[in-house]
Write a protein that binds this ligand. Structure first.
Ligand SMILES: *Cc1c(COP(=O)(O)O)cnc(C)c1O
Ligand code: SF4
Length: 339
């Protein structure tokens, strides 16, 4: 059973009884859910377990630092209709629900997801989203996110991808999800049939942050998706204490590739409220990317991006290998190249 309350977590020995009171306050503010597939990966004897760090609530979440924001990436500033975020010319986000199979403590949408969050679009609101997409011929790609679209009943998911697929100018559907690692058994025949019902290519962005998340069950789920012909991409958040070590990150990226998931983005952690304990500096992120480059197959290299606070979009943040008339190689030596 998914652990959803502080007593659930205490009973599962993921928190101590003495912390329970402070954590009730955290749970009242930010949703909690740890599904069995992830709870099983936690080493209770390790106080710094990278799986526990991501999902077990912490008293520090009540402390918001001045630079943190409720809407760190400006979703609400770019929402023309409820459920749509239109920030870039050729693509929109469509968020049919704000429920997730697990609630990540570092979530950039933590003020919007969960039982107290922005909720699930009813048929009428979804229709308004489809109408908006239909009315904007520049929209080439629709990205389903949330919340987690893959926890929708296959019948509802099928309806959504069919409706999007029927819009002529939309050529690509992309779905961002944590289901393959958080609840891998949901990736079953019905769900795959629903995804295949779209008349357009469906790309799946898989969110995982530590190699242990790619458990045998998660690998089976990824195999099902890949065998069904759905291209898989990765999405990882750089998190202090979880994956800010080049060895761990290299293992994660290689595991993605071994499971036919092409590394896509490594996200610099967003300034979400109460998440200071996960933060690294951009310089630390660049040093980590530098440590990967050249030592890791190009296939296993993600792009390191920062979502600029305020809704200005994502920008790659390096590292940079060109210095005036010199280009640096992966060992750090510089070589001249005409400007
Ligand atoms: C991240 C994001 C996208 C997708 O960006 P890509 O660079 O295409 O992956 C689209 N719209 C919004 C609002 C986003 O935040
Ligand atoms: S699955 Fe995604 S949207 Fe849901 S809590 Fe985790 S990071 Fe946030």
């Amino acid at each position: 059973m998914t652990l959803r309350t502080i007593p659930d977590l205490a009973k599962a020995e993921l928190i101590s009884a003495s912390d329970a009171e402070a954590l009730e306050e955290v749970a009242a503010r930010y949703a909690v859910a740890i599904p069995p597939a992830l709870a099983a990966l936690i080493d209770k004897n390790d106080p710094n377990d990278p799986i526990a760090l991501q999902f077990v609530p912490h008293a520090d979440e009540l402390e918001t630092s001045p630079e943190e924001r409720a809407d760190p990436i400006g979703d609400l500033a770019h929402s023309p209709v409820e459920g749509i975020v239109h920030r870039y010319p050729d693509r929109v986000l469509l968020k049919p629900l704000h429920v997730c199979p697990v609630y990540c403590r570092f979530c950039f949408r933590r003020e919007m997801v969960g039982p107290e969050g922005l909720g699930t679009l009813n048929a009428e609101k979804l229709d308004a989203c489809f109408a908006y997409i239909t009315a904007h011929p520049d929209i080439w790609e629709v990205i389903l996110t949330g919340g987690d679209p893959l926890i929708l009943a296959p019948r509802r998911l099928k309806h959504i991808v069919e409706r999007i697929g029927a819009i002529d100018h939309v050529k690509i559907i992309r779905i961002h999800t944590r289901v393959p690692v958080a609840d891998p058994d949901l990736i079953d025949e019905d769900l795959i049939a629903a995804l295949k019902a779209a008349s357009k290519p469906v790309y799946i962005g898989v969110h995982a942050n530590h190699p242990r998340e790619l458990s045998p069950a998660a690998r089976t789920a990824l195999k099902r998706l890949a065998d069904a012909g759905l291209p898989l991409l990765s999405q990882t958040v750089l998190l202090r204490g979880v994956n800010d070590d080049p060895k761990v990150m290299a293992e994660l990226m290689r595991s993605f590739v071994e499971n036919r998931v092409r590394p896509y983005y490594l996200h610099h952690p967003d300034l979400a409220p109460g998440t200071a304990r996960f933060r690294v500096t951009i310089d630390e992120g660049r040093a980590l990317m530098r440590a990967l480059r050249g030592h890791l197959s190009g296939l296993a290299m993600p792009t390191y991006v920062l979502d600029i606070p305020g809704g200005h979009g994502k920008s790659p943040v390096g590292p940079d290998y060109v210095h005036g008339a010199e280009v640096e190689d992966f060992r750090g030596a510089r070589h001249s190249y005409p400007e």
